[in-house]
Design a protein around this ligand. Structure first.
Ligand SMILES: Nc1nc2c(ncn2[C@@H]2O[C@H](COP(=O)(O)OP(=O)(O)OP(=O)(O)O)[C@@H](O)[C@H]2O)c(=O)[nH]1
Ligand SMILES: [Mg+2]
Length: 226
């Protein structure tokens, strides 16, 4: 797929508006061993179905609908890959734990997500999305185990923060961080409605990309506070 570099003026404008001007859709891949050229580090968005992965990718790159979102869970069924500038790829993975999907669909999506997290060499880090309103599900805890077994650098994005009162946010962050065994400074509070946490998420993801470049993966980024 061709990638046209944006003009310097477009880049400046986009930076001010908080979008990443050079984002392009690379492709939608049904298996985890897809090839990308050139090879850049990848940041993958994982989480339960409907937790807000595609929405957060749109906010991250500052585009309304580069990634398809839906009120109905199970929208994303393949690895959808976006290229950000000449720097890294964002990978929108299918969600896990959608109870209404058929058994076959659930197990094939599970295999795809697992294969990607277990084997993907270019994976620099994972943005793991958890709904701030809910305690982690069994599927979430299983994902946490997989991420730590594989030693994948993780940033937790607590999503849909606009749906709870501001005064409860910190208590939710503490509870969820403890439940999944992730340091609080690796957790970010996000809302696509209020456009919160997005800049911090970009900064932290970029830090993971830089660390991967420097040490060949395995770094740890702090969740920068806004
Ligand atoms: N209020 C609110 N709604 C959100 C937020 N983020 C996502 N949503 C909504 O949650 C629903 C699911 O969002 P998606 O981005 O499609 O979720 P997903 O994780 O990609 O879902 P799958 O592709 O099915 O795994 C949509 O109706 C979004 O508008 C948020 O920060 N606040
Ligand atoms: Mg999706």
């Amino acid at each position: 797929m061709r990638h046209r570099a944006p003009s310097a003026a477009a880049r400046d404008r986009a930076r001010e508006e908080g979008s990443l001007s050079g984002t392009t859709f690379v492709g939608s891949f049904p298996a985890a061993d897809f090839r990308t050229t050139p090879s850049f580090p990848e940041i993958a968005f994982v989480g339960r179905s409907n937790v807000g992965k595609s929405s957060l990718i749109n906010a991250f790159v500052g585009r309304k609908a580069i990634a398809r979102t839906s009120r109905t869970p199970g929208k994303t069924q393949a690895c959808n890959v976006y290229r950000v500038d000449d720097a890294y790829y964002l990978v929108d993975l299918p969600g896990y734990g959608y109870a209404r999907a058929s058994k076959e669909t659930r197990s094939s999506l599970r295999r795809l997500i697992h294969a990607y997290i277990e084997r993907r060499e270019a994976l620099a880090g994972v943005v793991w999305l958890l709904d701030i309103r809910h305690d982690p599900s069994d599927d979430d805890l299983a994902m946490g185990d997989l991420l730590s077994e594989r030693g994948r650098p993780v940033l937790v994005a607590l999503t849909k923060a606009d749906k709870i009162p501001r005064g409860r946010r910190h208590e939710r962050l503490t509870t969820i961080a403890r439940a999944v065994g992730i340091e609080e400074d690796q957790c970010l509070i996000t809302s696509i409605v209020k456009k919160e946490g997005i800049q911090s998420l970009r900064a932290s993801a970029q830090q993971l990309v830089r660390l991967a470049g420097r040490v060949g993966g395995g770094g740890r980024a702090r969740g920068a506070r806004e």
